[in-house]
Design a protein around this ligand. Structure first.
Ligand code: ZN
Length: 315
């Protein structure tokens, strides 16, 4: 450890694990601790586990603060977890107050997608940008916005739920219970649904590739089949990238980002995904916006939660 360097701790609280890391102020990870938890643990047990993880990862290193990324609805300003999604007992938990009194250190908390957005902005693919949109495309679509260098929270800390903006009126049912959300068309789950429906109508290599893996059609089979010239898979990628671009058009016209960072499992498809998405998005936006943004893959991978959480105090 360097003298005169300050250190911070980030905690990524998930439904089944607590990932904790010690970082320097540049967002570089120096140490990690990972604890398994279960969704059935009580709020008190999870808080005890959080405190224990922080002590374990810091050891005898002095730290200046702790940040926590939590799933679900988080009131960042008041430091309260309003509803922890897959943590059933997490309702109205004053987490910041609980942790600050036990650790005697400043604690910041944020929703996991907002923390991830901040992480990519502070130390990842969006470093150096001014206004950045972070979109993670996996089971659902998560997102967070950095506006003029600040994490956009909104009046309750709920800002940036771009996955639930509407792209088709009276469209597909979304996991949130509403119809036509962007997530219901462009998430990994939705793209797999489009692929499955297409492969049921017409023969596709996707069916064979999935059968070889003993599984259902997923993103991997889709991109592999397309690379082998399968016309059904090529059509599905065309449709999926059009849906992704439709949502990005809304993001660009709303926030005017100079950088859009895309993470999540779907982003691993690389240029097969990014090239058509960029080309279609440029075609959809109004002319003055066309050369104002870049679309890049996320850089931090699984570390995005701890890096974003740790650096929240710099928001
Ligand atoms: Zn929705």
């Amino acid at each position: 450890m360097e003298q005169n360097m300050e250190y911070i701790v980030g905690v990524d609280l998930g439904g089944t694990k607590i990932a904790t890391a010690l970082l320097d102020l540049n967002g570089k990870i120096l140490r990690r601790v990972r604890n398994e938890t279960t969704p059935l643990k009580s709020a008190k047990e999870v808080i005890d586990c959080l405190i224990h993880s922080v002590h374990k990862v810091r050891g005898d290193i002095p730290i200046t603060g702790v940040g926590v990324a939590s799933p679900g609805a988080v009131d960042t300003k008041r430091g309260i977890i309003l509803n922890g999604a897959n943590l059933p007992e997490w309702v109205n938990i004053p987490l910041r107050q609980e942790m600050e009194s036990q650790l005697e250190l400043p604690v910041q908390i944020a929703n996991d997608a907002n923390a991830a957005a901040w992480g990519e902005y502070y130390a990842g693919a969006g470093k150096g940008s001014k206004t950045m949109a972070y979109i993670t495309i996996s089971t659902g679509i998560g997102s967070g916005i950095i506006l003029d260098g600040r994490l956009l929270l909104g009046s309750n800390g709920y800002a940036g739920e771009l996955g639930h903006t509407m792209i088709v009126q009276d469209g597909q049912l979304c996991g949130c219970g509403q119809l036509g959300c962007w997530e219901a068309y462009a998430s990994g789950t939705s793209i797999a649904r489009i692929a499955k429906e297409a492969a049921e109508k017409k023969f596709s290599l996707m069916t064979e590739l999935a059968a070889q893996d003993g599984t259902v059609i997923g993103a991997k089979h889709l991109f592999k089949a397309a690379s082998l010239g399968d016309s059904v898979a090529i059509g599905v990628i065309d449709e999926a990238t059009s849906y992704i671009a439709s949502g990005l058009k809304n993001v660009i016209h709303t926030f005017n980002p100079d950088c859009i960072v895309i993470g999540g499992g779907v982003s691993l498809a690389g240029d097969d995904l990014f090239a058509p998405v960029l080309e279609k998005t440029k075609r959809l936006v109004m002319e003055p916006y066309r050369e104002t943004f870049r679309i890049v893959p996320a850089l931090l991978g699984e570390d995005v939660g701890v890096v974003g959480a740790a650096t929240l105090s710099f928001t």
